[in-house]
Design a protein around this ligand. Sequence first.
Ligand code: RNT
Ligand code: ZN
Length: 427
Amino acid sequence: MAKQQQQIEQAYARAQEQYGALGVDVAQALERLAAVSISLHCWQGDDVGGFERVSDELGGGLAVTGNYPGKARTPDELRSDFELATSLIPGRHRINLHACYAEFAGQRVDRNELTPAHFQRWIDWARDKQLGIDFNPTYFSHPHAADGFTLTHQDAGIRQFWIDHGIACRRIGAAMGQALGSTCVTNIWIPDGMKDVTVDRKGPRERLKQALDEIFSESLDPAHNLDAVEAKLFGIGSETYVPGSHEFYLGYAIQNNKLICLDAGHFHPTETIADKISAVMLYVDEILLHVSRGIRWDSDHVVIWNDDLRSIAEELVRGGFLQRVHIGLDYFDASINRVAAWVIGTRAMIKALLAALLEPIDQLRQLEQAGDYTGRLALLEEVKTLPLGAVWDQYCLSKGVPVGLDWLDQVRHYESTVLAQRTGSVA
Ligand code: RNT
Ligand code: ZN
């Protein structure tokens, strides 16, 4: 251990020199990195199941594939898994909950009647673990969403049910934010849309606008709750038309001072969100990201350190946006160990931010401003092979989390001792 530590520190010192030669202050980059919290989505832990069990179908066009054993079956199991994941990730982060993760203690209510009390155990746990919470109303996996429409439903009664759910969830978000002294971002995504040729594209959008206006009519302290709206291009079963499109929500967010949520999987397959950031940031105060990885479609694969992720992180850092951006993860893979999926994706996100913070940005800017695009490209290529890994190892060491692949041993141990016991269902 002492030997390993010494080696890491030596490699780090050498890395500092190399980055320093390009004018990069590595220690300062690590300080800035430590200030960034990632919102880890609870739903990776149980395949977007939740604990209500009011619907056998996930619905909403969402699909989780794989049947890796050991999925969390109860809130306590999910919390336990989440605790292990966060103990293997450097820095202080947040948990992103969905309304369907409510706990009823025997007194079940429907989604339009949820209150902060149904999340008290989550709040107490989060306080104990020093985690902030973010929140989402759940507009899927429910009989009233079974036909694929919620806030745009033609039936006024069903629409009202979902409006009331939105109102309830904002209050819950505010209660979470207040209780934890950490602003909760409550994000609205609805699955509504049409499979095939759609005649009336206007009506559902008018209804959605009206429904959102009602949901947001109560003013809440922005220190406790911030509202975000998440667009989508298409879903399974809503291939042709989605009323909550990017244009729809961007307009809504700008006009109503809401956060726009950019999900990396919600655009055309070759369209990335990195370039959107500096554009939308001119018009909205803050944004929410759902960092995800689509493969051929919005498949929500585990986030990895690829070019798309790097570009997102670079844009956040280069634009000076870190204070105005809430970084959330959104993927669900049931084909690998679910705790590992959290760890891999979150560590990748943090690593991408680190790489971005270590860019010799002053030099790059100078080259660009001078029109020296040859030098810009050459330096960008050079930077790619600088010893990022040595800085990353040092960061993990300094935050008291496993270095390198050591975290995997802990996940494997947990798998054989805890996850392997999870057979069958629990009452
Ligand atoms: C669906 C959206 C949404 C969900 C979560 C579970 O396409 O990305 O954010 O993934 O709310
Ligand atoms: Zn999303």
